[in-house]
Design a protein around this ligand. Sequence first.
Ligand code: NAD
Length: 489
Amino acid sequence: MTIETRLFIDGKFVDAVDGATMDVINPFDGSVLAKVAEAKAADVDLAVAAATRAFSSWSRMPAAQRGALLGKLADAIEANADELAVLEARDTGHPIRDTRGLDVPRTAATFRYFAGLADKVQGSVIPVDAGFLNYVQRAPLGVVGQVVPWNFPLMFTSWKIGPALAAGNTVVLKPAEITPLTTLKIAQLIQSVGIPAGVVNVVPGYGNTAGQHLAEHPDVHKIAFTGSTATGRRIVQASAGNLKRVQLELGGKGANVVFEDANLAAAVNGSAFAIFHNQGQACIAGSRLLLQESIAEEFLDRFMKLAASIRLGDPLDPATEMGPLTSQRQQQSVLSYCAIAREQGGQVLLGGAAPADPALAKGFFVQPTIVRAAPQDRVCQEEVFGPFVTVTTFKDEAEAEQIANSTTYGLGAGLWTSNLQRAHRFAASLRAGMVWVNCYKRVNPGSPFGGVGASGYGREMGFEAMHDYTEAKSIWINYDAAIPPHYPR
Ligand code: NAD
């Protein structure tokens, strides 16, 4: 497999202006997987200039034609599915069964969805004074800067690039410094399907250099960011110079609430997926398990057995259910939360350490970890972003609501119940951008994705995303020559 490691600017793969590179590490064994060109301010400037040049013709291209090109990109992703799945597994540590079964198909599906939406974003006509026609168009914003994290790098290229391009914008995307490889592969496919030069530019680099410069750039009209809440705050400050539009998909601390009337087998299984899929490195992870007292022990017994049976291993082995965390830094961070939990009186019921298996010793693994803790403890308030779930019990619905809404975050949340009225009532009471009932972490390109509070603002996916990548432009036509002007002379 040949891996593209250079920056993608103005339709060409190029080295960084100063020739700098950065190592991309394989999280399974700590080896250097690739040396990738490192973009800095000068490279970002070139990318923004290319996107600015490309905007005029891309935004005027018939929307159906833009959609057709995005459709070709979806086809190309499917034609290269296996290569993308392997590359994503090697770069991120996601098990290949997930990159094949979820990440790659979802990426293609998202591009295909926005391919179809490109020519379906309609404006409106507003009833105004006689003699005037007032119509509102959804106009593209211009050059959009996009900054993404390392947890789902391939999928996030489609969440970001898909709606931006469908709406007629051009893009400069900065992948996370540790996981740029599948985004560069997508850039190759973008080149191969004939999306014009400069419409998409990909600039791997560090956050405090390339990312910060992109967020501050005066010729960038919107910055769409996915990442931590702390960085989100810096992005808002950096955007102030030219008052660029900001969209933030930030952290989460998802409450996953199991009521005593739930189907327990489904709740146990779904709750394991909610936290352990992708090693828990998901903003929408169900990382706080809230159990009604009457079923807590039975639930925990089954849940711990399931968690203990998860197969850790080489991400490229189809039998592997959980791979390593994506970086050593993240592994150490998650392990430090095990110590914090103990210091605050939490009880580690399962895991809490790297696995003892010598075959996994070089990888950045953490065992599936279950911690009993109090709602105000740090591990119940701060995002751990790993295979680490806290367990708290509650007496009744009122207490469950109070605990579920007790963090600053508001991204995803779930509840398990067989009572229809409770399902609707409790879903309405949760402070979250997304709520799952008797399921968890369902996503679809048509359904809005995003949060409230410290989880950010703006929405990805669906018509909401097209809205967030366009501006309402109100146009007034005077069609009655008899209407006097305001200052008659
Ligand atoms: P991070 O904020 O450290 O980095 C995310 C991206 O921002 C990276 O590309 C990084 O290089 C860049 N960056 C860092 N500093 C920057 C700066 N000053 N200016 C511009 N860019 C900068 O986050 P992370 O640790 O890579 O990712 C994990 C976080 O992302 C978690 O908090 C997780 O919840 C969040 N996340 C949110 C969503 C969502 O949709 N809400 C999805 C996935 C991940």
